[in-house]
Design a protein around this ligand. Structure first.
Ligand code: AVJ
Length: 322
C-alpha cells in the first residue's frame, strides 16, 4: 500500500531520453572539442562523486554541511513557515534532512529529478524520516520549466533548494536561464536557497579538483568509459589525462581531458582527430564573489536578500527573492 501511494504521488513529465551519441558527436565537432558534463553521472560516476566528497582536498561538501548545521536557525527564520520545498536534483542526503529538520513545519517536499530510480529512492528515504511532510516527486528535466504538483493548503510559500554549487556547472548564460526558471517555479511569494562556492586562493581550489588519491581524475576519465559502453565510441581510456585548472580571470575551474598523443577517436562512422596535448573541455565549476553572484541573480529578476558564509569565507548559501 505504501508503495502504491508513493507511486500515485509521482508526477511523471516524461523527460526526453538523452541522445548521448548525438551530443557527443556535436561536442567533438566543435573547436575546442567538448563533451557535456551531465554525462558524468552514471552509476559509477555517481559513486565516484560521492568518493570525491570524502577527499580531504574537496572542501565544498564538508563546509556546506557544517554551514547548514551552524546557520539553520537563522536560515529557517529568514524562510518562515508553511513552505513547499522544491529541490532541483534528488536530495536523498544530509543537506535535505538538515533543511527539513530545521525549517518551521515544512508542508511538502518535491525533488525534481530526471532519474526515476534516484527520485523514488530519495522520497522513500525522506518519507520515512519525515512522515508529516507530503512527498510530491516530479520526474522531469529541471533545466526546463516545471509545473509543480499542488501541495496541501497549509503551504503558502515555495522554497527552491539548489545546494552543492551545482549552479557552477552551468555557463553564465545557462545559469541565468536556470535561475529564471526557478523564479517561475517559486512564484512571486517564493524564495530560493542556493549553495555557491566562493572565489579564494587558487591553490586551495585547484587542490579540490586534483586530489592526491586521483579520485577526481578517475571521475573525469569515467566519462569516456561510459561513452564507450553506451554509444559506439572507441576512446582509449589510457590515451587521455585529467586536467583541472583555475582560470582566475573567469573565476572557474576548467576541467579537460588532454590527449596524450596524436590519435583518432571513432563514434559510429564519425572520426575525430586529436593532436598530442589537445584539450577536450568536459566541465566548468564556477566560483563566485558577492558581486558576481548578485549580478547573475539580477539578470534572472532575483535579489539576494540573505547570505551565510562559513568562517573561512570558503562557501556560501544565498537566499534569493523576486
Ligand atoms: C557537482 C558541481 C558540486 O563542480 O564541484 C566535483 C562536481 N566535479 N569534482 C563541482 C565535481 C569534479 C561538483 N558539483
Amino acid at each position: 500500500i505504501a508503495r502504491a501511494r508513493a507511486q500515485a504521488a509521482l508526477t511523471d513529465l516524461r523527460p526526453q531520453p538523452d541522445d548521448i551519441a548525438a551530443d557527443a558527436i556535436a561536442g567533438l565537432s566543435r573547436t575546442p572539442k567538448t563533451l557535456p558534463s551531465k554525462y558524468f553521472y552514471d552509476a559509477e560516476g555517481s559513486r565516484l562523486f560521492e568518493a570525491i566528497t570524502r577527499q580531504p582536498e574537496y572542501y565544498l561538501t564538508r563546509v556546506e554541511l557544517a554551514l547548514m548545521e551552524a546557520q539553520m536557525p537563522s536560515i529557517a527564520q529568514a524562510i518562515g513557515d508553511g513552505v513547499h520545498v522544491v529541490e532541483f536534483g534528488s536530495g536523498s542526503g544530509r543537506k535535505t534532512e538538515l533543511l527539513l529538520e530545521g525549517l518551521a513545519a515544512p508542508v511538502a517536499y518535491t525533488p525534481i529529478e530526471i532519474s526515476r530510480t534516484a527520485l523514488m529512492d530519495s522520497v522513500t528515504r525522506l518519507g520515512q524520516s519525515f512522515p508529516d511532510v507530503q512527498m510530491l516527486p516530479v520526474c522531469a528535466d529541471f533545466t526546463r520549466p516545471v509545473p509543480l504538483p499542488r501541495a496541501d493548503r497549509r503551504a503558502h510559500r515555495t522554497l527552491v533548494f539548489f545546494p552543492g554549487s551545482t549552479l557552477g556547472n552551468f555557463s553564465d548564460e545557462e545559469a541565468v536561464r536556470l535561475l529564471r526558471s526557478m523564479r517561475g517555479t517559486m512564484g512571486d511569494a517564493g524564495c530560493a536557497l542556493i549553495g555557491i562556492d566562493l572565489d579564494k586562493d587558487p591553490a586551495i581550489i585547484e587542490a579540490a579538483y586534483n586530489d592526491l588519491a586521483g579520485v577526481t581524475a578517475a571521475f573525469t576519465v569515467n566519462l569516456l568509459t561510459r561513452l564507450n559502453r553506451e554509444i559506439d565510441s572507441d576512446f582509449d581510456i589510457d590515451g587521455f589525462r585529467h586536467r583541472a585548472h583555475y582560470a582566475r580571470e573567469r573565476m572557474r575551474i576548467e576541467t579537460s581531458l588532454v590527449s596524450e598523443r596524436a590519435q583518432t577517436v571513432r563514434i559510429g562512422d564519425h572520426a575525430f582527430d586529436f593532436a598530442v596535448g589537445e584539450a577536450m573541455h568536459v566541465e566548468i565549476s564556477q566560483k563566485y564573489t558577492d558581486a558576481s553572484f548578485s549580478a547573475l541573480a539580477a539578470q534572472a529578476g532575483l535579489r539576494v536578500t540573505h547570505g551565510w558564509n562559513d568562517e573561512g569565507e570558503s562557501f556560501g548559501l544565498r537566499l534569493l527573492q523576486p
